[in-house]
Design a protein around this ligand. Structure first.
Ligand SMILES: [Zn+2]
Length: 398
């Protein structure tokens, strides 16, 4: 999805996703047209001291919409500061933050690596909600310091009271116990105190899924609304993918590309002048869907089944592999970790990586190789070919 960079804070790029640019005017409109309802909601929370009064604002629809826009922007600035809370603690532990991104459901601080030390994960996860609570307290103190007055003062008082309530609500919402909310990470950190990390993730993910189902049912039948159902769906997906990623990372712990690749000796390759018809014939008999294209012992491209099928059936004798192959070679070093190789494949959107060592093709790693290895490891077998360092098949057992 397309996103726009708006600047940097503490060296971290701040990005707006396209979905955020759609949601901001909607928020501004929703707040601006229902200022009275917001005010009575806020007053219920703040009661009985120092209440907001919006009659000066609701009379003029332009004023109301401007206040709505400022409130929406204030809310999202609060979200950025919340994410900065996570980011600054993470950076103190040495984890680089690639960006802070605002999108449909709020903000995400993108850590390029996840901490596996429970104390670090706990501190990074709680930092955001703590910052939001502090922001709420500061807004509240500022609100009580401003005495009621004319239209401008009424607007400032409404905004400060709104930010006080909304930042505390943001902290509470984020402490809900599901991935990718902060509460899910806090829960995993606490579970990981006395269990392996992968197991803690699985338990936290199960709790998150149950919670998401409850939230979704409440959204559907308890009057929570469609937005709640969407959030529930998002938490459910988040729990599933987090669990899957962690289980795979644990299984592939210590496994390198060399351990699971199809090595040089077994490697099937084609030459650039192979006809597309011959290529398809080999794909059929050898049951491979992609081949490295090699010329004079050097890889020059990769050709896949879909490349071959892009040629009309009657023309397949006339076309050669070099006319349909992809020349962008995604390569990987044999000592790279299996999990890193998988992530590289996903990032590049390819199904296979050429394994290169000192500029020479030494093997091929396909998604099938990875999935087969994962199945073997899960069933308790070892895939390591290295004889010098025997290790337990399931990696982490601390
Ligand atoms: Zn957070």
């Amino acid at each position: 999805m397309r996103s726009f960079r708006i600047g940097r804070l503490f060296g971290i790029p701040i990005e707006l996703d396209l979905t955020f640019l759609l949601i901001l005017p909607l928020f501004a409109y929703l707040i601006g047209t229902t200022l009275g309802e917001y005010a009575s909601l806020i007053n219920e929370v703040l009661a009985p001291t120092n209440l907001v009064e919006v009659s000066a604002l609701t009379g003029d629809s332009t004023v109301a919409l401007v206040v709505g826009l400022l409130a929406a922007v204030g809310l999202f600035v609060g979200v950025i500061i919340h994410e900065l809370g996570h980011s600054l603690v993470a950076m103190r532990y040495g984890f680089p933050i690639s960006s802070i991104k605002l999108w449909l459901f709020g903000g995400v601080a993108q850590l390029s690596e996840m901490p596996e030390d429970w104390k670090q994960e706990f501190n990074i996860a709680v930092a955001g909600p703590i910052v939001s609570v502090l922001l709420g307290v500061v807004s509240y103190v500022a609100f009580t310091a401003v005495q009621p007055g004319g239209t401008a003062i009424a607007a400032v008082r409404f905004l400060l009271a709104y930010l006080a309530v909304v930042n505390v609500a943001l902290a509470i919402f984020n402490m809900l116990p599901g991935f990718p909310m902060d509460g899910g990470r806090v829960l995993r950190a606490l579970l990981a105190r006395n269990r392996p990390y992968a197991q803690a993730t699985q338990i936290a993910a199960e709790v998150g899924k149950l919670f998401a189902i409850g939230l979704g049912l409440f959204g559907l039948f308890g009057g929570g609304g469609l937005f709640l159902v969407a959030i529930a769906f998002f938490i459910y997906i988040g729990a599933s993918s987090e669990a899957q990623r962690t289980v795979m990372a644990a299984a592939f712990d210590g496994v390198t590309v060399r351990d699971i690749m199809t090595p040089d000796d077994d490697l099937k390759t084609v030459t650039p002048d192979t006809s597309v018809a011959d290529l398809l014939g080999r794909m059929f008999t050898e049951r491979h869907t992609g081949y490295p294209v090699v010329e004079n012992g050097r890889p020059v491209g990769v050709v896949t089944l879909s490349d071959a099928q892009s040629v009309k059936e009657v023309e397949r004798d006339a076309y050669q592999v070099e006319e349909v192959m992809s020349r962008d070679i995604e390569s990987v070093d044999p000592e790279t970790g299996a999990m890193d190789a998988l992530e590289q494949m996903q990032a590049a959107g390819v199904g296979r990586l050429l394994v290169m060592e000192d500029d020479e093709l030494v093997g091929l790693l396909s998604r099938t190789d990875l999935m087969t290895a994962l199945d073997i490891i899960k069933q308790g077998g070892a895939v390591s070919r290295s004889t010098d360092s025997p290790r337990p098949a399931l990696g982490r057992t601390n």
